[in-house]
Every structure is written in structure tokens, then in C-alpha cells.
Design a protein around this ligand. Structure first.
Ligand SMILES: Nc1ncnc2c1ncn2[C@@H]1O[C@H](COP(=O)(O)OP(=O)(O)O)[C@@H](O)[C@H]1O
Ligand SMILES: [Mg+2]
Length: 180
């Protein structure tokens, strides 16, 4: 029996216990379907696979893909724990997370959902999930400012120190200007 894990605005995530797979289906609005059909943007399932390849090249682990169709993506269960549950007590995981965020920044990989709920941890190793929401660098680059603003909004409360540390690592002040 398939189990519903999460229902988002334009996607559903199911778990198949027999195969130990996660199945994500995409149900975009008409204007986005048109964008995909016109090849303005990759189909979400294809985008997931494309981003996974890029992240692997940067040394960031991603789920094993079983099937990547236009509107359907099947991955193997990572058998991990959400980073959110571990990050406040592990300096090693804080480090891995910051390294990933810095790599995205330097390589112009954009995503609005880089909060600690979209990373899993297995055997002390960080895995990036929800890759359909990522945007690979293109001619129309997202600004570094937009990337940082999204992260700032994602890292609130007890996680806010991670954003401060990220700016330090990037050598930027609170207005994202390079420090002398
Ligand atoms: N390959 C996977 N292995 C383990 N858990 C997964 C996997 N893919 C998805 N999940 C689980 O399903 C949840 C929703 O998946 P996600 O891709 O983040 O969807 P959404 O876009 O709705 O946030 C994740 O937070 C995670 O708990
Ligand atoms: Mg998610």
C-alpha cells in the first residue's frame, strides 16, 4: 500500500514500502506546463536528475534515482534523519551544510528551499533532497542577493547563527558587501 508522505502545492510525495521507494509526482499549473513544453525550463523530474548530477560533481550526496520522468520521480529511500533534528548538536554537520551552501553560491545554483528540512543525514553524511526545486545556472542568473535573502528567511530562530557564519565564510557583511 502506498503511503502519502507530503502534499505540496504542486507536488505529492508517496512512499512505496514494498520497494522502499519515494515517488514524487508533479502537478504544475498550466502556465508552467507550457514553460516546460517550450523548453524554457526542464520538466521537474528531468530537472531533479540534472541537479543531482551537478551536486554529485560538487561532492554533495543525493538520493539514488530509480526513474526520472517528466512529472514523476522515483528515488531510493535514503534511510536518513532530517538535518533539522541534528544540526544544532553537530559541528560536523553544520560544517557540511555550510560547505554545500557555499558551493551553491559559487556555482550559481539557486534554490528557495535550502532549509534544514530539505537535507537528510545518514552515517554522518549529508544528502540533499527536494532537488526539483533547484535551478541550475543559466543565462538568466539568479542574483546572489536573492539566494542569500532566501537563506536568511530559511534560517530563523536557533538556526540563525548558520546564516551569520555563512556570510563570514563568504567574506560578506550584513548587507552582502565584500569585507575589506
Ligand atoms: N529519497 C528519499 N529518501 C528518504 N526520504 C525521502 C526521500 N525523498 C523524499 N523523502 C521524504 O519525503 C519528504 C518530502 O519530500 P520533498 O522532496 O522534500 O517534497 P516537498 O517538495 O513536498 O518538500 C521529505 O522531507 C522526506 O522526509
Ligand atoms: Mg521538502
Amino acid at each position: 500500500m502506498m503511503e502519502l508522505i507530503q502534499s505540496g502545492k504542486y507536488s505529492l510525495v508517496h512512499y512505496d514500502p514494498e520497494r522502499d521507494h519515494f515517488i514524487k509526482t508533479f502537478h504544475p499549473k498550466a502556465v508552467d506546463r507550457l514553460r516546460y513544453a517550450l523548453r524554457i525550463r526542464p520538466y521537474p523530474g528531468h530537472n531533479f536528475a540534472l541537479i543531482a548530477k551537478r551536486l554529485e560533481a560538487l561532492g554533495i550526496a543525493t538520493p539514488t534515482i530509480v526513474e526520472a520522468d517528466r512529472y514523476r520521480l522515483v528515488t531510493e529511500n535514503i534511510h536518513g534523519v532530517p538535518l533539522k533534528q541534528l544540526i544544532l548538536t553537530s559541528t560536523d554537520l553544520q560544517e557540511q551544510y555550510l560547505e554545500a551552501l557555499i558551493a551553491y553560491y559559487r556555482h550559481d545554483i539557486h534554490c528557495r528551499g535550502l532549509h534544514t528540512g530539505n537535507f537528510l543525514v545518514r552515517e554522518e553524511k549529508l544528502f540533499a533532497i527536494d532537488l526539483d526545486a533547484y535551478k541550475a545556472p543559466s543565462l538568466f542568473k539568479y542574483s546572489k542577493r536573492e539566494y542569500l535573502d532566501c537563506l536568511k528567511r530559511s534560517l530563523k530562530g536557533q538556526e540563525a547563527f548558520l546564516f551569520i557564519r555563512l556570510l563570514e565564510r563568504l567574506g560578506l557583511d550584513e548587507n552582502y558587501q565584500a569585507l575589506g
